[in-house]
Design a protein around this ligand. Sequence first.
Ligand SMILES: NC(=O)c1ccc[n+]([C@@H]2O[C@H](COP(=O)([O-])OP(=O)(O)OC[C@H]3O[C@@H](n4cnc5c(N)ncnc54)[C@H](OP(=O)(O)O)[C@@H]3O)[C@@H](O)[C@H]2O)c1
Ligand SMILES: [Zn+2]
Ligand SMILES: [Zn+2]
Length: 338
Amino acid sequence: MRALRYHGPRQPLRLEDVPAPEPGPGDVIVRVTAAGLCHTELHFLSGLLDLGVHPLTLGHEIVGRVERVGEGVPLSRVGERVIVYYYAGCGQCPECLRGDENLCAAPRAEHGFFTDGGFAERVRAPARNAVPLPDAVSDADAAPIGCGVTTAVHAARLARVALGDWVVVYGAGGVGFGLVQVARLQGARVIAVGRSEAKLAKARELGAEAVVRAGAEDVAARVRAITGGRGADVVFELVATRETMDASVKALGKRGRLVFVGYSEDAFQVHPIQLVVNEQVVTASVGNTLAELRLAVDLVAQGRVRTVVDRTLPLERFQDAIDSLQAGRLVGRAVLVP
Ligand SMILES: NC(=O)c1ccc[n+]([C@@H]2O[C@H](COP(=O)([O-])OP(=O)(O)OC[C@H]3O[C@@H](n4cnc5c(N)ncnc54)[C@H](OP(=O)(O)O)[C@@H]3O)[C@@H](O)[C@H]2O)c1
Ligand SMILES: [Zn+2]
Ligand SMILES: [Zn+2]
């Protein structure tokens, strides 16, 4: 089958012929019909994120049909439309027992990270990771649920976004569009920060009450002004460069929570005195749980959260998708169709 292979940092992705996966006991083989491109793929390509596993098929926003099942999996699952939960925890550790598979220290798989992912015609996954998709959501629209929306659900939960909170979404992109909507559903008033007009317009359409144009405006000063001088209760950092982290810290109000979701090559610096006198919290969010993926699917199926797909491209046009993401030309996700 055809698969888009990662060969390590600063190496181009290559479309190659590889053996199709065979299902082991408890597995399903999913014929992939849509796979979203996340900004994390750019971190793999630059080497900022290097798990040392390659060659590897990337892609962790995976939608398709169950094509085959392994021993112990009901044949009735063949043909099911599914979205793949990309973590497979060990199932035994305290984190897994709590359902926090994203924090498992000895995961069995992480599709698109150190286990083959969705930029291929087929992917093998444990049957429990293949979550049924309702007919209401198309394959392409469903793909960004797998990380974009689910990561937002997880981060908003960890940040304890509450009724009336002022929430800044710093970085209006794939995950940011999810966060705007999820924070709104939790009763927050949302300020989206970005550089591109088109993305800020989309953030407004999705429920942001105010938008701030980074580069053209002083982000922290604008957030303070919008919040009546109080500053934000929560800032979600989806960019995390030196410049944006400085602005995020300055925009934070008393007992504000700064939540890192994104990262860059830059390190974070803050003087503890600011945190102390304002009782502020710096925290972070990684991935999501299986329960959160199921919730995210429900939210999209009910129309309470929308995914944003800029374009759908055949797998062989992957470079176009990567270049467009890198150049900031995408409003939402590019989805590849193998
Ligand atoms: N923790 C996790 O579990 C997790 C999960 C998924 C992704 N991530 C990470 O989260 C980050 C965001 O991912 P994503 O897929 O949402 O990326 P994305 O689609 O590229 O969105 C990021 C957005 O940030 C904006 N931006 C860039 N530089 C900016 C600046 N200086 N000021 C203001 N806005 C700026 C860009 O829009 P403009 O054109 O407006 O600049 C871009 O659309 C990445 O670092 C990714 O690796 C983490
Ligand atoms: Zn992702
Ligand atoms: Zn575990």
